[in-house]
Design a protein around this ligand. Sequence first.
Ligand SMILES: [Zn+2]
Length: 306
Amino acid sequence: MSQAPVGRFAPTPSGRMHLGNVFAALIAWASVRSRGGSLVLRMEDLDTQRTKQEYAEILRSDLLWLGLDWDLETEPQSKRSQVYDRYFEKLEQMDLLYPCYCTRSQLHSVNAPHLSDGCYVYPGTCRNLTEQQRAAFGRAPAWRVKVPDRLWSLEDLAQGHYELNLSTECGDFVVRRADGVYVYQLAVTVDDGEAGVTEVVRGLDLLSSAPRQMYLQELLGFSHPTYGHVPMLLASDGRRLSKRDKDLDLGYLRSHTTPQKVIGVLSCAAGLTDTPEPLSAAEFAQIFRWENLSGDAIYLEPSAVF
Ligand SMILES: [Zn+2]
């Protein structure tokens, strides 16, 4: 007998949700709720320059307006640096970390961004510096984790088989920045692991992050969750719908339409229903099946619909 799944919402409180975020949140919720599972909410606010408390409040209200609820909200990432310290020390004790003094321009001059998230393949410049060389820099370093030459593979609920060799496609990656802030990859691994998350559903732009997280999960003693990277929502000209399209965010939608209409339109655009007939979140959960969701981009011209 399999256990009830634990899913999560992990929004970044830097603005209103756009339709792409809504779609990912809807699928995350429906996948878990349709099997009697629970959801955790967590604010990913590591970047304190860009994130605001007011936005966290609005995000909660927007999710509830859509009919997407959760069972527990865990501590925001900005409050957890001491927790991340413990896991960082664990990696240090395994002798897997080393300081990197490369500047941004040095890193960018070596090669072009590789993975979809703009990750550069790190050539290992600082892997074997001597203590003397390290001291000569006279400034705080970023810390990288050494990656093995090994293939990581996963069976994604939406994208199917995916595999990546971190050593050739990414290189040793940063887990803590020079200013002491932990990076997304470490924080998300620790947060999902400690919250017992068994299913991670998010946008396709994060698929290439999954192998880095799987590697950290293995090192830090967490089980691998199931992954579902939902397709991106594109406008008919191929432009990705983003927070920049101000008129399409939840602020606009809440004052111009209903949550049932938003869900109905998204469901139809994704090919999950034949017509854009309004649907509540609960009705959507009843009809949603992963096998009916294609991994390909979804085209939607929001201004023509709402
Ligand atoms: Zn370096």
